[in-house]
Design a protein around this ligand. Structure first.
Ligand SMILES: [Zn+2]
Length: 491
C-alpha cells in the first residue's frame, strides 16, 4: 500500500528560526553599527567583533529588552538569571573560533523557555510549542560564487559578525510543510508588530528545519532564507526520505543544505552532536539578572500584537474573522487595510479586493507583500472608479493584475489602455446594430426567448473588450428587440 498522507508518514517538523534584531543601532557586544546592509565589506568592525585577543565584550542592554519583548509575545517564561556560553567551532565566519551564545544545560539558562504560537492553517487552529529563545551573535557573512558545493573560493564580510541574533527553537510539533509555512508567517507578523525586526531586510530571518518521518533519524536542513523555500525544502525532504525508506534504506542523522537554485537538499555533513561544540560558560560576561520589575516595565510598553489587532478588526470594521486573520498575517497588509479604510469607508469591499485580487496577484508573481509598490491612495482610487461606474469589476481585476506586475498605478493603467467603461447609449446602440446585422438568427431567437438576449449582450461586450456597461447594453438591446417586433419581418 502506498503511503501518501502526512499523518501516516509520522512527519515531525521542528524549526530553529534566527531573527536579527534589526531595530538595534549597534551590535550585541560592541558599539559597531549593526546596519551593515549596503555598506562596503569589512568596514563596520572593531577589535571586539573581530575577536582580537584581550578584548572584552559588553552586553547591549537594548538587545536584551528587544529579546524580552519577543519572549513575552511568544508566551515564553523569561529566566530570572541568564548566562552566556561559548559554542566552540572553527570556521571562517567566526573570528574568535567560538560564538557567544546561550545554553540550556550545564547550569546554563537561556533568555527564556517554553511558550507557544497559535496560528491558523486553512481555517483550522494550530498551536506550536516553543522550546526556548536565546540571544547570540551573528557570524560573519559568507558569499559563495556559484553554488556552495562548487564554489572555488569563499568571500567573507565581518560587518555582520556580532550583530544581535535571536534563536527561536520550536518543539517538533508541525506535521506538514504548510504548517511550517503558516507558523513562520505568524511569527514574522508578531516580530513586525513588535518593531524589533524588519521583514524588509534580506536575510533578517533565516531558518533551519529539522524533519523526521516514520520514526527515522532527524535530518537538519540549514539556512533556508525564505518562507516559500522552507515549504519547498520540506516537501523535497519528505519525498526524498520516503523514497529512501521505500527502497529499504535508512535515513541517517545529517545536516543538509538547501540549494535554492536547484531546489534540492544536498548532504553537507553527518550531524555533529552537541558535545562536539564543547559548550562552556563565557568567562568574560557576568550572568545577567532579569528582575520582575524589568520584565513588567518591558511588558507595559508592548505594542498591539496581531491577535489583538485581529479582534479589533472584527469589532471596529465589522469584517468576518477569516478576513481579519488573513489581513493581520502581515503587518504591511494590516497597515495597508487600515490606511485604505481611512480613505474610503467600505471595509468589507476593501478587504475583499485585498484578499482576493491583490494578494493573489502578489503570490502569482512570486513577490513578497513587502515588495508591493501600490499605495493605499492608488488602490482606493481604483475601488472608487468601480463604485462610480467608470470601470467594471472585471476590468478592475485586469487593471490590478497589470498594476502589480508593472508597478504602474491602476489609474495610469486605465488611462494608458483606454479601459474606461462605455456607458454612452449612442455608442452602444451603434455596436448593437452591428451585432444585430451579424447574428440575425440570434436576434430571432432572442425575440422568442429572453434568455437568448445574453448572447447579444455578450457580443457587444466582446466588441468593446469588456468595457461596455452591461446594464446599459442590456437596456439598449431589449429596446431594439421591441422596435424590431413592430416592423413586420420581410422574409
Ligand atoms: Zn565591533
Amino acid at each position: 500500500m502506498p503511503i501518501e498522507r502526512s499523518e501516516e508518514l509520522g512527519v515531525k517538523i521542528g524549526l530553529e528560526v534566527h531573527v536579527q534584531l534589526t531595530a538595534l543601532k549597534t551590535k550585541l557586544f560592541c558599539s559597531c553599527s549593526a546596519n551593515y546592509r549596503g555598506m562596503p565589506p569589512n568596514t563596520l568592525t572593531c577589535p571586539i567583533c573581530l575577536g582580537h585577543p584581550g578584548t572584552l565584550p559588553v552586553l547591549n542592554r537594548k538587545a536584551v529588552e528587544h529579546a524580552m519583548m519577543v519572549a513575552l509575545a511568544l508566551n515564553s517564561s523569561i529566566s530570572p538569571q541568564m548566562f552566556f556560553f561559548r559554542k566552540n567551532y572553527f570556521y571562517v565566519d567566526l573570528p574568535k573560533n567560538f560564538q557567544i551564545s546561550q545554553y540550556d544545560k550545564a547550569g546554563g539558562a537561556p533568555l527564556s523557555t517554553g511558550g507557544w504560537v497559535e496560528f491558523s492553517v486553512n481555517g483550522e487552529r494550530k498551536k506550536v510549542r516553543i522550546r526556548r529563545i536565546q540571544l547570540e551573535e551573528d557570524p560573519a557573512r559568507l558569499t559563495y560564487p556559484g553554488t556552495i558545493t562548487s564554489a572555488p573560493y569563499t568571500l567573507v564580510d565581518f560587518n555582520r559578525a556580532g550583530v544581535a541574533l535571536l534563536e527561536i527553537v520550536t518543539e517538533p510539533d508541525m506535521e506538514t510543510p504548510e504548517e511550517a509555512y503558516f507558523f513562520l508567517q505568524k511569527l514574522r507578523s508578531i516580530l513586525e508588530h513588535l518593531g524589533v525586526s524588519s521583514e524588509n531586510m534580506q536575510g533578517s530571518m533565516r531558518c533551519d528545519a529539522n524533519i523526521s518521518i516514520m520514526g527515522g533519524a532527524r535530518v537538519e536542513i540549514k539556512n533556508i532564507s525564505s518562507f516559500r523555500d522552507v515549504r519547498r525544502a520540506l516537501q523535497y525532504e519528505i519525498m526524498r526520505q520516503k523514497q529512501l525508506l521505500r527502497r529499504g534504506g535508512v535515513t541517517k542523522q545529517e545536516t543538509r543544505h538547501w540549494d535554492e537554485d536547484r531546489q534540492i537538499t544536498v548532504s553537507l555533513r553527518v550531524k555533529e552532536t552537541e558535545s562536539d561544540y564543547r559548550y562552556f560558560p563565557e568567562p568574560d560576561l557576568v550572568p545577567v539578572k532579569i528582575p520582575e520589575e524589568w520584565v513588567s516595565k518591558v511588558a507595559s510598553q508592548m505594542p498591539e500584537l496581531p491577535d489583538a489587532r485581529k479582534e479589533r478588526f472584527i469589532s471596529d470594521y465589522g469584517i468576518p474573522e477569516y478576513d481579519a486573520i488573513v489581513l493581520t498575517s502581515s503587518k504591511k497588509i494590516a497597515d495597508f487595510f487600515e490606511e485604505c479604510c481611512k480613505l474610503y469607508s467600505n471595509p468589507k469591499k476593501i478587504a475583499n479586493w485585498i484578499m482576493s485580487d491583490l494578494l493573489r496577484n502578489i503570490n502569482e508573481t512570486g513577490m513578497d507583500v513587502t515588495e508591493m509598490s501600490i499605495t493605499a491612495e492608488q488602490f482606493i482610487e481604483m475601488i472608487k472608479m468601480i463604485d462610480e461606474g467608470l470601470i467594471s469589476g472585471k476590468i478592475a481585476k485586469r487593471v490590478l493584475r497589470e498594476s502589480i506586475r508593472t508597478g504602474r498605478p491602476p489609474r495610469i493603467v486605465v488611462e494608458d489602455e483606454g479601459l474606461l467603461k462605455i456607458s454612452d447609449e449612442n455608442v452602444i446602440s451603434k455596436l448593437a446594430d452591428e451585432v444585430f446585422r451579424e447574428f440575425p438568427k440570434a436576434v430571432e431567437d432572442a425575440r422568442r426567448d429572453r434568455k437568448a438576449v445574453n448572447f447579444l449582450v455578450g457580443q457587444v461586450m466582446k466588441k468593446t473588450r469588456g468595457r461596455a456597461d452591461p446594464d446599459v447594453t442590456n437596456k439598449v438591446i431589449l429596446s431594439k428587440l421591441e422596435e424590431n417586433r413592430a416592423i413586420p419581418s420581410r422574409s
